[in-house]
Ligand binder design. Structure first.
Ligand SMILES: [Zn+2]
Length: 306
């Protein structure tokens, strides 16, 4: 995890050739993003004007997070917080209270504003308290690469508010990213085009935005309610449904219950594929665009196999 360097450390790092000297000569803006995906997108826009921490490590369930002391320090000194919003970070309000007391952040960016949400008809009142149940609509919207446009637009405005003199720099960086995003979208669409209409089962409901973008159909989720493990009865009906719908692939995340997923795949006659739902969840998914390169390649391979 990278941290905003103190002035002395920054000079030392530049002298040592560890990092490039910031072109404008100032200290980077301290930013905290809740997830590695948002960190990647802040870095895309902010370049060397930002130092970004992510609170959730990519290999863990993003909804059950223990904040470490170093992260509280990052939250305390941050001038910008970038969050997924909705009920994706049920632990965040408490972490903010612990880190900052009554002090509010200079800028607090909820990236879910401006996103057309899926599954927003979900009941907002649920019996499961304090858990992530997608109670305000599905929060995994960063997995539609088109949504990187509104997300980076929000990040650009937030950074420009904190550092108005750098607006042009942020705009140029974002424009360059959008060109690479468009190239990526063409590549990912082409790779998945032969599999349009393919039926999938997912473990957690992380994938509806991704599936819609690439014309795939999710017929069921292993978790009957997001974040809640399946009962034996729901597993029986799930594997029956998989056979009826001729589901060939089940999407798991690296932190999914591997034994359970393998059992369901075997019973339902499908193949498991692990995809990265966040940057860094698989080693090759090192930034936001690489995340889709990895996921699209893995999924296309799984769907292509006999
Ligand atoms: Zn979720």
């Amino acid at each position: 995890m990278r941290r905003a360097l103190q002035a002395g450390a920054l000079v030392a790092a530049v002298v040592a050739g560890v990092i490039a000297a910031p072109a404008w000569g100032g200290a980077p803006l301290s930013v905290v993003a809740t997830t590695t995906d948002l960190r990647s997108l802040v870095e895309v826009v902010g370049g060397d004007r930002v130092a970004v921490d992510a609170l959730v490590s990519p290999g863990q369930d993003p909804h059950a997070v223990d904040i470490k002391p170093g992260q509280l320090v990052a939250l305390k000194r941050a001038v910008l917080l970038v969050r997924v919003g909705l009920d994706h970070e049920p632990w965040l309000a408490r972490a903010l209270r612990t880190a900052r007391g009554p002090d509010s952040l200079p800028v607090d960016l909820d990236c879910s504003r401006g996103i057309a949400l899926l599954q927003a008809e979900t009941s907002r009142v649920r019996p499961e308290r304090g858990v992530h149940v997608h109670g305000f609509g599905n929060p995994h919207y960063w997995l539609d690469p088109e949504n990187a446009r509104p997300i980076t637009a929000g990040i650009l405005e937030a950074l420009a508010r904190l550092s108005p003199a750098d607006r042009g720099y942020f705009e140029r960086r974002r424009s360059g990213f959008l060109v690479r995003l468009d190239t990526g979208l063409a590549r990912w669409r082409a790779a998945l085009a032969p599999h349009r209409g393919a039926r999938l089962v997912v473990v957690h409901e992380s994938w509806p935005y991704f599936a819609r973008r690439f014309g795939l159909e999710i017929v069921a989720a292993v978790e009957p309610t997001p974040g809640v493990p399946p009962s034996p009865a729901s597993l029986t009906s799930l594997t029956r449904q998989m056979k009826e719908a001729k589901v060939r692939v089940i999407i798991a995340e690296p932190y999914s219950d591997a034994a359970l997923v393998q059992r369901i795949a075997a019973l339902g006659g499908a193949r498991e594929v692990q995809l990265a739902a966040s940057v860094g969840a698989l080693p090759e998914a090192r930034d936001y665009l690489a995340l889709f390169d990895v996921d699209v390649a893995r999924l296309a391979e799984a769907l292509r196999s006999p």
